[in-house]
Design a protein around this ligand. Structure first.
Ligand code: ARG
Length: 279
């Protein structure tokens, strides 16, 4: 490809920015209830394998120089491994989660308590809010999902308490029930997403805001390829989405594939297991 056909983003020299993450070991992981189409309580789950896969994800972050803080995992909360749902942390402010399903409701206070021990200011959410599952920070802007879990009232609440621009996006496909299952943040101004997961008006809004976004194929979306974490250069993602990895490589990113197949049984992948702490 000649340089003249490269976009601004493809020419950009990519620099990783070191992150501060929170993760929760899947010690008590199980699929005992079904609150999304990925979950089948009749299908066995191998906890040791889940822990080993999760450990590999944590090791990948550490090898890249990122900091990983561990949140204590609690018995009786099998979905607690999906730390992204534990809250939204921006500018040292931790906005607590308020889960849509009673099965996960006790996770809200559990994560809130941990935020308090980290010297973060804690805002107790009023509206139903599933944390970074539905709130993704792209530069100064926050993209916010609704349709399955987070109440649009929480979008207003987050805009008020953070002072940031919050863009509401409607999710329409139950397989992509959280925004982070259908959209990945790649850099301060780049995203990847699966258009069919969004309502037509949200799709056109995304097209206007991010005209040169990476568009994932149905196959890559269906293995939760978009449930990825980027540090601005490396994109940690499932090893099962080769086309998406290739698209990212062409734009100058370095995809790093991990196997989280055991945690996929709960309906989550890389990003679901990772909460970013922004001081
Ligand atoms: N079983 C969990 C649920 O349905 C999975 C959460 C995945 N997390 C995420 N950030 N998408 O709530």
């Amino acid at each position: 490809m000649s340089t003249t056909t490269l976009t601004r983003h493809e020419r950009a020299a990519r620099q990783p920015r070191l992150r501060n993450f929170a993760m929760t070991r899947p010690d008590h992981f199980a699929v005992r209830y079904a609150i999304n189409p990925w979950m089948d309580p009749g299908r066995p789950v191998d906890v040791d394998r889940a822990v080993a896969q999760w450990q590999q994800l944590q090791d990948s972050y550490r090898q890249l120089g990122h900091q990983v803080n561990l949140v204590p995992s609690l018995p009786g909360l099998p979905d607690m491994v999906y730390a992204a749902n534990g809250g939204l942390v921006v500018d040292g402010l931790a906005i607590t989660a308020r889960f849509a399903h009673p099965e996960r409701s006790a996770e809200g206070p559990a994560y809130a308590e941990w935020f308090g021990t980290q010297g973060l200011t804690v805002h107790d959410s009023v509206a139903t809010n599933e944390g970074e599952g539905d709130f993704l920070v792209v530069g100064d802007r926050i993209l916010a999902g609704w349709g399955f879990r987070t109440d649009p009232a929480a979008h207003v609440e987050v805009a008020e308490v953070t002072g940031r621009e919050v863009i509401s996006l409607e999710l329409v496909d139950p397989r992509y029930y959280h925004l982070d299952t259908a959209l990945a943040v790649l850099s301060e101004d780049e995203i990847a997403y699966y258009p069919d997961a969004f309502a037509p008006t949200s799709r056109s809004l995304l097209k206007t805001l991010y005209p040169d976004a990476v568009l994932a194929t149905a196959a890559d979306a269906a293995v939760l390829g978009l449930n990825a974490v980027s540090d601005g250069l490396h994109v940690i993602m499932t090893d099962a989405a080769p086309e998406l990895a290739e698209q990212l490589r062409r734009r100058g990113f370095e995809p790093i594939g991990v196997d989280l197949s055991e945690l996929l049984k709960g309906g989550g992948s890389v990003k679901c297991c990772t909460l970013e702490i922004r001081r």
